[in-house]
Design a protein around this ligand. Structure first.
Ligand code: NAP
Length: 284
């Protein structure tokens, strides 16, 4: 039976540490602020934004919310981003994705100053992740690394398999594991004999977006299984990409959904906002 990695508890500890540093900055007269922009009224996006706002409050970070109507033009959105780039109260800017289809997401991301890009989606920050020389880490993969580290799981020399190659999760995840000297394989929808590859994994990270995609026969005995998936079930509850009930009997460590990677993503956003505030004030 695997040890369940408690992302809720680990994220609480991370947020507590961020809050302590935010307070220390305040004592030096430095406020930490995060601007969150949401366009339209997608219920899932609204929920994410409200969770981010709550996390800011719990860390003592000032949040500035900009809820724009669905009809907002790309030019208007970019004008707001540019205004926030120059706003000293704002250390981090987050544009909640996805954006309505008439707006080019990449153009909006490009408009965010790399120093305030706390999601780490700007090509400059993506490049820095490639080089292994970065200030901001992409929140979800960084959250996974934090879960591994705080659970005492060594990456060096391990066979790490990442299923999924998105720009937000799979690719940066693979880079972070590589920087920790893992031997990394990235799988995707064209991978042949996927189960043969995943069965070789000491650490298996799953970011596919399909409920119950990874079954027990795809997992090596004693593997560490990290489930990034967030799939909404017909009853409205969330489940992961891993068949948790069966895989937990084979794995040595496993993350649940909910309560695994999800809470870590927001905790790492808080950490990135703190890092941004420190960098913008010349503090290491
Ligand atoms: P995405 O952009 O849709 O990428 C999914 C990846 O899965 C793609 O690379 C795709 O391969 C691969 N894939 C699809 N079918 C496959 C198959 N049959 N075999 C092997 N690979 C397959 O999704 P994402 O944004 O990375 O997100 C993945 C999941 O993580 C979603 O459930 C999302 O909700 C969740 N998520 C959670 C958090 C969190 O905070 N917990 C944050 C972000 C995302 P191709 O590239 O070949 O199409």
């Amino acid at each position: 039976m695997a040890r369940i990695i408690d992302g809720k508890e680990i994220s609480r500890v991370v947020r507590e540490q961020v809050a302590a540093e935010v307070t220390a900055l305040k004592e030096r007269g430095i406020e930490t602020g995060l601007a969150v922009i949401i366009v339209g009224d997608d219920p899932a996006s609204k929920l994410y934004v409200s969770n981010k706002k709550k996390a800011c409050e719990s860390c003592g970070i000032k949040s500035f919310e900009y809820a724009l109507p669905e009809s907002t033009s790309q030019e208007e959105l970019i004008a707001l981003v540019r205004q926030l780039n120059g706003d000293k109260r704002v250390n981090g800017i987050l544009v909640q994705l996805p954006l309505p289809s008439h707006i080019d997401e990449q153009e909006v991301i490009l408009a965010i100053s790399p120093e305030k890009d706390v999601d780490s989606f700007h090509p400059v920050n993506v490049g820095r992740i490639m080089l292994g020389d970065y200030s901001f880490l992409p929140c979800t993969p960084a959250g996974v690394m934090e879960l591994l580290a705080r659970s005492g799981i060594e990456v060096e020399g391990k066979n790490c398999v990442v299923i999924g190659r998105s720009n937000i999760v799979g690719k940066p995840m693979a880079m972070l594991l590589l920087h920790k000297n893992g031997t990394v394989t990235i799988c995707h929808s064209r991978t042949r004999n996927l189960a043969d590859v995943t069965r070789r994994a000491d650490i298996l990270v799953v970011a596919v977006g399909r409920a119950g995609f990874v079954t027990a026969d795809m997992v090596k005995e004693g593997a560490v299984v990290i489930d990034v998936g967030m799939n909404r079930k017909p009853d409205g509850k969330f489940c992961g990409d891993v068949d948790f009930d069966n895989v937990k009997d084979k794995a040595s460590f496993i993350t649940p959904v909910p309560g695994g990677v999800g809470p870590m993503t927001i905790a790492m956003l808080m950490k990135n906002t703190l890092t941004a505030a420190k960098l913008q004030n010349g503090i290491k």
